[in-house]
Design a protein around this ligand. Sequence first.
Ligand SMILES: NC(=O)C1=CN([C@@H]2O[C@H](COP(=O)(O)OP(=O)(O)OC[C@H]3O[C@@H](n4cnc5c(N)ncnc54)[C@H](OP(=O)(O)O)[C@@H]3O)[C@@H](O)[C@H]2O)C=CC1
Ligand SMILES: CCCCCCCCCCCCCCCC(=O)[C@@H](N)CO
Length: 309
Amino acid sequence: ALAFLARPRAARVPLKGRHVLITGGSSGIGLAMATAAAREGARVSILARNLARLEEARAAIQRESGRGDVGVHAADVRDADAVARALREAGPVDVLVCNHGVFVPQELERQDMEEIKWMVDINLMGTFHLIKAALPAMKARTRETRLPGSIAIMSSQAGQVGVYGYTAYSASKFALRGLGEALQHEVIMDNIHVSLIFPPDTETPGFEEEQKRRPELTNIIAASSGGMKANDVAKKALDGIKSGKFIVPCNFDGAMLAIATAGLSPQSSPVMAFLEVIGAGLMRFVALCFQWNWFSTIESYYAKNKKRE
Ligand SMILES: NC(=O)C1=CN([C@@H]2O[C@H](COP(=O)(O)OP(=O)(O)OC[C@H]3O[C@@H](n4cnc5c(N)ncnc54)[C@H](OP(=O)(O)O)[C@@H]3O)[C@@H](O)[C@H]2O)C=CC1
Ligand SMILES: CCCCCCCCCCCCCCCC(=O)[C@@H](N)CO
């Protein structure tokens, strides 16, 4: 019965010989995805702001994959015109990976409104700019090639559960899920599959920078899910894209989190649909245990720091 129910139907999205455009492809997870996609025979384009870092990344991707045809596009995703120009330059895309992102954790009360807007503008509005710029040519491509296309969006485990210090970041990442769910309805008849990727803490240049300002409570709560390497996240992400998965967890905790937060998301795998139905009650119980633990941590953290004052 669940095999009949699971929708949209499972798809295979090939990478070989196809045009994969990755934003934030000059660093961390994006660079690892670009390298892996090029190795699998994709024509890769990367987009970010800093041209020098893009050129460095291009050289690294060429070195690791042996492919010469790596496109670089310098644009700020906040600038809709610049994004549209870059996409015209790059040519029609088969697989669009919206991976660019910024994250500065801080208590809401201490974080400037400017920094909050900056995160929402890049993480959320930037993704809108990209999808709007890429979609018309993507639709024409899936029609022409009769192969499924993909729009992948990089969220975060902080886009599945709110975490201390991440009011702005979690809001921007949760928002991407709403975007993705609604978009999947809109593009399914064009044979385009949306994937939302949910990594835990991942070793990247951006993460190293984040550590400098991360509140201790953010560190403790985020450590509930084990850290990963950028290459491993990239592999999980590309596997998810290739099999047209809507929700793409990256580690074991992520798989549990996906079941706990399945909600009304599309599910094309009957096996996963079965696990979600069976696991719903149990995972809610596990989730309550995690919350119990997090609130206890916050209480004892405050108790300890009061004594010090
Ligand atoms: N590392 C982690 O722990 C986790 C990361 N993620 C998500 O994964 C994604 C990648 O993270 P990570 O690899 O760590 O990040 P990095 O900071 O290492 O790289 C970020 C990339 O995004 C680009 N970028 C940033 N701002 C803009 C902008 N305004 N316009 C265009 N490009 C931009 C950067 O290039 P440039 O600065 O030159 O523009 C760079 O290429 C993000 O969306 C992040 O939220 C999710 C979960 C965990
Ligand atoms: C019911 C089962 C529950 C399973 C365990 C739940 C664990 C949740 C941990 C949340 C971690 C958030 C990390 C955000 C990383 C990130 O995005 C930043 N590094 C910025 O990029």
